[in-house]
Write a protein that binds this ligand. Structure first.
Ligand code: ADP
Ligand code: GLC
Length: 494
């Protein structure tokens, strides 16, 4: 129904504000979402442009760039040029803030090469917030958004800056991860160009500090997060990271919209990065992918061995110490493990040491490698996501699409997307993976043993693979919800 409505109605101009976007710049799932959303909502009658900081890979990916405005300084937030052009790799048009002193540096978008956050991050990302408000205020007379959709703390000041400029546009803010809040010392507040009244309990003040996340949760017209279950979890003291009270008070404005999978990028039938294509109807290519992966990683060439994979940031969130504890038992039971990740130095060292000691059974690759992530997810039998918390999680969705059964903890988006292989679920053909509840090595090991047992039952295994592969996690459902939300909040404003 929304399709026929969207065909008749004029496209709604929406500005998406984010710090990273696939395939130009990515540190995590946020980039995947930001990269997929513009095309997905276009099909729902939304004219989406993107605003990004002028990081080197973004500038390099821009064509036909022209200056559309000079953005004034705000407090200690420096003036900048606003460029407009096309990002062909992302199939969207974009505004980019050209401010070399802020954005052209060694290291990543948020931290230097030694993983130390940049000392002026409050100014770098306040620049993003002010630029969005300026665009909503009509700095480009050719195109004025009705709704501004900001993602995560980096864009947390967007709704607050929009209120300061009293723009007509409405704001939507998406929480991808409440654990990263954009907290800065209280003294930095005076540099942001905001009036003193904003540094208050009903503003962006958080126990004496400045919180970009809290600013957004206070001031956004609508708040979304990336799964229905995480939307409930963050309203509890256990998972609310100190913001649960505020989130409860805004519950009528808060909703969970499950992320989609970009099927142009993650589809085993058309994935140029993998050894052989395959489909749910014909899984022979998957066996080829497994053999190629075992050969590539120097693992024993053994089709009968259960091959587990991990593709992940190595942070506390991802629960990998549970795997670490279980590894000796897994090795005794003859299981293989292939891991790709980077982050926590202790975890990196621990897993690398195990791989050195057991090269035929364990392979660990550190760093960020997109094509290898595809080969791992296609070649493995099971993908492990034992997270402590998980707002949505994308790799379990990639696993489902690739017939690589997810083994996950029952939390956030993982709980919303994977059904454990209980006998009832097997009978009902709803089982799609292995789910454990307690955050304990024992609970994870029980799920691992279920996976090992079921792997010896090919009929059931293939049933789970087909169930997962038949599920549709493409962007259409999410895009329909976002487009509806944009329309609702714009209509409510009029
Ligand atoms: P998060 O955003 O919390 O890291 P998600 O599961 O939502 O978790 O998204 C992670 C994304 O990053 C996925 O696209 C995954 O394939 C990718 N990824 C994570 N680590 C690596 C890595 N070391 N190399 C390549 N891709 C990675
Ligand atoms: C965050 C979350 C992850 C989610 C991703 C995209 O990084 O940790 O669970 O899938 O954002 O929304």
């Amino acid at each position: 129904m929304s399709r026929s409505v969207s065909k008749k109605a004029a496209p709604l101009p929406v500005l998406q504000v984010c710090a990273e976007i696939f395939p130009l710049l990515k540190t995590g799932g946020l980039a995947d979402v930001a990269g997929a959303l513009p095309s997905a909502v276009r099909a729902q009658g939304v004219d989406m442009r993107v605003l990004l900081p002028g990081f080197a890979p973004i500038l390099a990916g821009m064509v036909s760039a022209r200056e559309v405005a000079r953005l004034p300084a705000r407090g200690d937030v420096p003036a900048a040029r606003l460029l407009y052009g096309r990002l062909p790799a992302c199939e969207c048009d974009a505004y980019v803030i050209d401010a070399p002193a802020l954005y052209l540096r060694e290291g990543g978008p948020y931290a230097d090469a030694r993983q130390q956050p940049f000392a002026d991050n409050h100014l770098r990302f306040a620049r993003l917030g002010w630029a969005a408000a300026e665009i909503a205020n009509g700095v480009d007379s050719q195109w004025v958004p009705r709704v501004v959709h900001a993602h995560d703390w980096h864009a947390g000041l967007v709704p607050t800056c929009m209120r300061q400029l009293a723009v007509a546009a409405r704001s939507v803010f998406t929480i991808h991860n409440l654990a990263y809040q954009g907290l800065f010392p209280g003294e930095t507040f005076q540099e942001l160009g905001l009036p003193a009244a904003c540094f208050a309990m009903d503003g962006l003040e958080f126990y004496g500090q400045v919180s970009f996340m809290k600013a957004a949760l206070q001031d956004a017209d609508r708040i979304t997060t990336v799964s229905p279950r995480y939307a409930r979890e963050i309203q509890t003291a256990e998972q609310g990271m100190g913001l649960d009270g505020l989130l409860r008070s805004r519950a009528t404005r808060l909703s969970g919209i499950l992320n989609g999978v970009d099927t142009a990028v993650w589809n085993p039938a058309r994935d140029a990065a993998i050894a052989a294509p395959y489909t749910a109807q014909d899984l022979r290519g998957k066996a080829v992918c497994k053999a190629a992966l075992q050969a590539e990683l120097g693992l024993q060439a053994a089709p009968e061995r259960l091959l587990l994979t991990v593709v992940s940031r190595l942070t506390e969130q991802k629960g990998l110490p549970l795997l670490q504890v279980n590894l000796p038992k897994l090795l005794q039971r003859g299981v293989q493990i292939a891991m790709l990740g980077s982050g926590d130095a202790e975890l990196e060292q621990a897993f690398t040491a195990i791989a050195k000691a057991h090269p035929l059974q364990v392979a660990v690759r550190l760093g960020y490698d997109e094509p290898l992530a595809h080969r791992l997810i296609a070649g493995a039998d099971v993908i492990l996501v034992p997270s402590l918390f998980e707002p949505c999680g994308l790799t379990q969705l990639y696993g489902l699409a690739y017939g690589t059964l997810p083994l996950v903890r029952h939390v956030g988006g993982l709980a919303d997307t994977v059904v454990d292989c209980s006998l009832e679920a097997l009978q009902e053909h709803t089982a799609s993976g292995f789910v454990f509840h307690d955050f304990s090595p024992e609970a994870m090991d029980a799920a691992l043993r279920r996976a090992e047992l079921l792997y010896g039952q090919p009929t059931f295994w293939q049933q789970l693979q087909r169930t997962g592969m038949a599920q549709r996690h493409d962007w259409e459902a999410a895009a329909t919800r976002y487009a509806g939300l944009y329309r609702d909040c714009w209509t409510a404003a009029k």
